[in-house]
Design a binder for this molecule. Structure first.
Ligand code: ZN
Length: 201
C-alpha cells in the first residue's frame, strides 16, 4: 500500500474528492493540493458555499428537482409554459435541457428509469405525482425526454400506458443525426432511427 504523504485530515479530503464523478485518485490528489494552495481564494469560499448549499438543499415536492426552495425556481416561474411537462430521468437531464434553452416548460423528474436487472420498479419512481400533474386542467402535452436505452424506452412505454386515459398528448424525443455529426461515424441504430423518423424538408 502506498504511504501517506499528508496527515489524516488531508488524506480524508483527497479520499472524498476521489469519490466525485470524473475524478480518480490522482486527479483528486491534484485537486486537493490546488485547494490547499489557494486556501484564501478557493478553499474557504468553496467550503462556505458547500456548507450553505448543504443546509438549504431541498427536493421540490412538485417536480422532484433539487433547489434551495420548495416549490423550486422552475415551478415558481410563471413565464414558463405550464401546458407542457417534460419528463426526465434525473436532475442532470433537467439541467442539460435548461442549458440548451430548447424549451421553456415545466419538468417532472422520475428519479430513475425502470430496470428489471437493477430491481427498479414503478413504485420506486416519482410516477403517482406525474399522473396527478398531467391530470390538471391546462396540461396538453407530456414530453418523454428519456434516454434512448432499453431501460429508458421501457420506461417511456410504461409512462405512455399510465397516461393513456388522460386527454394529454404524449410525445418523445426524436432520435437521429447529432448536430454537426457525420453520417459515416454514426452507429447503425442511430442511422436507421434517423431514416425512419425523417421529416419533410
Ligand atoms: Zn419544481
Amino acid at each position: 500500500m502506498a504511504q501517506s504523504v499528508a496527515g489524516p485530515e488531508i488524506e480524508r479530503l483527497i479520499q472524498l474528492l476521489a469519490r466525485l464523478p470524473g475524478l480518480g485518485p490522482r486527479s483528486a490528489r491534484r485537486a486537493a493540493l490546488h485547494l490547499i494552495k489557494k486556501r484564501e481564494t478557493l478553499l474557504n469560499p468553496l467550503s462556505d458555499a458547500m456548507r450553505v448549499a448543504n443546509e438549504r438543499i431541498v427536493v421540490c415536492s412538485s417536480c422532484g428537482n433539487v433547489d434551495t426552495s420548495d416549490p423550486c425556481t422552475i415551478c415558481r416561474d410563471h413565464r414558463r409554459d405550464a401546458s407542457i411537462l417534460v419528463v426526465v430521468e434525473d436532475v442532470s437531464d433537467l439541467w442539460a435541457l435548461e442549458r440548451s434553452g430548447a424549451i421553456n416548460a415545466l419538468y417532472h423528474v422520475l428519479g430513475g428509469v425502470l430496470s428489471p436487472l437493477d430491481g427498479v420498479r414503478p413504485e420506486h419512481l416519482n410516477l403517482d405525482r406525474l399522473v396527478e400533474r398531467a391530470s390538471r386542467p391546462g396540461v396538453v402535452e407530456v414530453i418523454l425526454a428519456l434516454s434512448a436505452t432499453v431501460d429508458g424506452q421501457t420506461t417511456a412505454h410504461y409512462v405512455t400506458d399510465l397516461l393513456s386515459h388522460l386527454p394529454v398528448k404524449v410525445t418523445k424525443l426524436a432520435h437521429g443525426v447529432p448536430v454537426g455529426g457525420e453520417l459515416d461515424y454514426l452507429d447503425e441504430g442511430t442511422l436507421s432511427a434517423a431514416i425512419r423518423q425523417r421529416t419533410a424538408f
